[in-house]
Design a binder for this molecule. Structure first.
Ligand SMILES: Nc1ncnc2c1ncn2[C@@H]1O[C@H](COP(=O)(O)OP(=O)(O)O)[C@@H](O)[C@H]1O
Ligand SMILES: N[C@@H](CC(=O)OP(=O)(O)O)C(=O)O
Length: 596
């Protein structure tokens, strides 16, 4: 069996390349076949756990297991990370929580993790508030902004309580204060400055945590994502990760590990703009995306996202406390949930995991033994009806009616070209030949609301050929479920809403492909991913998202009523072929509905 070696800058049969293979063989303690490939121009040397092979011509090699041989496994054991573990602000709210998280990480000695951290507690919100206040408070008052005091107090108290030197964060806190004074002087907070401002949260939490692990005797190394190859677009406040990120991050993390093993502690949420070279952020909740990006870059076994809830739930627990965990989801379902407003996951975070086919496990850092939610490419949908209910509030809806003759050619194209020109994306659409109703995606702005100026511009453009009604303060209720059961979902949902006297103002149904597998194969699916994928190929079903638009004032109550009807009142037992909710925390295989 062979191990693959890449030799950037060297011909594969060059003396230097052969020397590297020989050195690797001797390190393994026996002869080893290598598959060699050459690539781009030169680096200086190849290092692996203290073994440095300097090549006369200069070369760097990246080791990659091609076959799961014992030798390959031995190499991976030295260089390979196994999981990424991401902890959000809710898991890191205090010194006690940091201790708890450190204990949690160390309770998995068999893992070689990469750790991704968000800012502590509500630090990002406090930084944003501080920035907004700095714009209007005047330079002399900038040091007295209450949120700055809260941030200083939290971080200094945490270092004291963990027994770490204050210098780990004091320099950053001084820099933060200077920045706020600068904002106060300029009386302006650009998106670029805002990203730089919020980056202090992750920069401080990771430094504290790495110092604490080192104090415990567990070697850790702190990384600012913008320094290790997280290259993004220059869309400040909502940047997209570029492809170059994957090899760059893998190279840096592997290289450093080979130099000197230490658990990487990486800032979530942050990147570096490809043109500006300035700090960018990935949108609120973006640390999930950092974690899945690292998972894909390193080809890890699993991506773990640790939250303060028992996984992805049947609805937002803040809206309805009886929400229950969903044990299994597909990447597409999770993306749909996130996109339509379930705050639990970043909307873009499923993309790298899906591309790399790496399972994502959503776990509770406050209840580590709860099974959580496992998100994979495919799952058994055969007995699933409704998976989850999502509410997106404060949505703007537009009713657009053509002023031209019936059947006017190109009406829809014209409407959508305006949104394209203005860079605004649309969530839900319902059309007739001469009219169109749609809701606007507010997620590209920090405030999660389209600013009035932008809206006025849209209406102005549309009014050139249509009558436009702008309807604000609407909510979208999204019902994510099995497309094969969409009539049943609709019948039940409309019954519930009719009984509540709620008038649905718009309905839109979208479906996307989900790989599904026959029930009897489910139990093996996590362990035997390859077999699983062969099995599923024949069973392609679709998942549906039914979106209902109601008034904001009705949104929460509707979700509560729908949740009761679908998940609590024995509805499932009345439906032939559906899994019946169980009492007790059972993990049924369809993942859509289960008892607690
Ligand atoms: N469907 C849902 N399932 C689970 N949590 C949800 C859901 N919808 C909204 N939430 C909220 O998401 C929160 C977790 O996400 P977030 O605050 O981003 O966590 P973290 O800061 O740990 O990354 C939960 O505390 C919960 O209030
Ligand atoms: N700190 C950032 C990024 C993030 O991902 O946070 P969290 O994991 O706590 O949602 C935010 O609040 O948006």
């Amino acid at each position: 069996m062979a191990v693959a070696l890449r030799f950037p800058g060297l011909a594969r049969e060059s003396p230097a390349a052969l020397a590297i293979c020989a050195a690797a063989s001797s390190k393994l303690g026996r002869e080893q076949d290598f598959v060699c490939a050459s690539a781009r121009p030169a680096a200086q040397c190849w290092r692996r756990r203290g073994l440095v092979v300097r090549c006369q011509t200069g070369a760097a090699a990246v080791l990659r297991n091609e076959e799961a041989t014992p030798a390959a496994a031995a190499l991976k054991a030295h260089t390979g990370f196994t999981v990424v573990m991401k902890f959000g602000g809710s898991s890191l709210a205090s010194a006690d929580r940091m201790r708890e998280v450190a204990d949690l990480i160390l309770s998995f000695p068999e893992e070689t993790p990469v750790i991704v951290l968000s800012a502590m507690g509500k630090t990002t919100n406090n930084l944003l508030l501080a920035g907004e206040k700095a714009v209007s408070c005047g330079a002399p008052k900038a040091s007295e902004i209450p949120e700055l005091a809260v941030i200083k107090d939290l971080h200094l108290r945490t270092t004291d309580e963990l027994g770490i030197d204050r210098s780990v964060v004091s320099g950053l806190l001084d820099e933060l204060e200077q920045l706020l004074k600068g904002v106060a002087m300029m009386k302006e907070l650009t998106h670029r400055t805002r990203d730089y401002l919020v980056s202090f949260g992750e920069c401080m939490s990771t430094r504290i945590f790495a110092a604490y692990l080192n104090k415990l005797g567990k070697k850790a190394r702190q990384y600012d994502a913008f320094d290790i190859g997280f290259i993004t677009t220059d869309d400040f406040t909502n940047a997209d990760i570029l492809e170059v990120t994957y090899p760059a991050v893998a190279k840096r993390l592997h290289g450093d590990w080979m130099d000197e093993p230490a658990i990487p502690i990486v800032t979530g949420f942050l990147g570096k703009g490809c043109k500006s070279c300035a700090v960018t952020t990935l949108g609120r909740g973006g640390s999930d995306l950092t974690a899945t990006t690292i998972g894909k870059a390193l080809g890890l076994r699993e991506i773990q996202v640790w939250k303060d809830v028992d996984g992805v739930l049947t609805c937002d627990p803040n809206i309805y406390a009886k929400a229950i965990p969903v044990p299994y989801l597909t990447f597409d379902e999770a993306a749909e949930l996130a996109y339509f407003g379930a705050q639990v996951l970043h909307p873009q975070s499923m993309r790298p995991a899906r591309d790399g086919d790496i399972p994502v496990r959503v776990k509770n850092s406050y209840n580590r033994h709860a099974p959580g939610t496992v998100i994979t490419k495919a799952r058994d949908m055969s007995k699933s009806i409704l998976t989850s209910i999502v509410l997106k509030s404060n949505v703007t809806m537009l009713d657009i009616v053509s002023t031209r003759m019936l059947g006017q050619y190109g009406f829809l194209a014209k409407v959508f070209s305006i949104f394209e020109d203005l860079g605004i994306s649309v969530d839900c659409v319902a059309t007739s030949e001469v009219s169109i109703s749609l809701t606007l995606d507010p997620s590209k702005l920090w405030s999660r609301e389209l600013i009035q100026q932008e809206l006025d511009h849209v209406v102005e453009e549309l009014e050139k050929f249509a009558v436009v009604h702008l309807l604000q303060r609407r909510s979208i209720i999204s019902l994510i479920g099995n497309v094969q059961r969409s009539s049943l979902i609709l019948e039940k949902a409309f019954n519930v809403l009719r009984r509540k006297g709620v008038n649905v103002q718009m309905i839109s149904q979208g479906a996307s492909k989900v790989l599904s597998i026959p029930h009897h194969h489910c139990k093996t699916k996590i362990k035997f991913q390859c077999t699983f994928q062969r099995v599923v190929a024949d069973f392609v079903l679709m998942q549906v998202n039914i979106s209902l638009v109601v008034n904001d004032s009705e949104g929460k109550e509707c979700v509560q009523a729908l949740h009761s009807a679908f998940f609590e009142n024995g509805f499932m037992s009345e439906v032939e072929g559906a899994d019946v909710p169980q009492n007790g925390a059972s993990l049924n295989s369809n993942g859509a509905i289960y008892g607690n």
